[in-house]
Design a protein. Sequence first.
Length: 74
Amino acid sequence: MTDIEQKLQAQIDELEMKQAFQEQTIEELNSALTQQQFVLDKLVVQVRYLAGKVQGSQVSNIASESEETPPPHY
């Protein structure tokens, strides 16, 4: 092999190595993103459930008119 062919082969080898690392990184990022989306979906369901529970159990501090005792001057 000539010197130019060796340099070209070295560049090709380097590009193939970088491409392999990029593929691995993309796969790892995809896996992490998939897991995060699963957790996020689960948290959304839990927050909706808790919001419904809170809205259903909110008690007003103000009594209705029928429950109010008359003021002391009556």
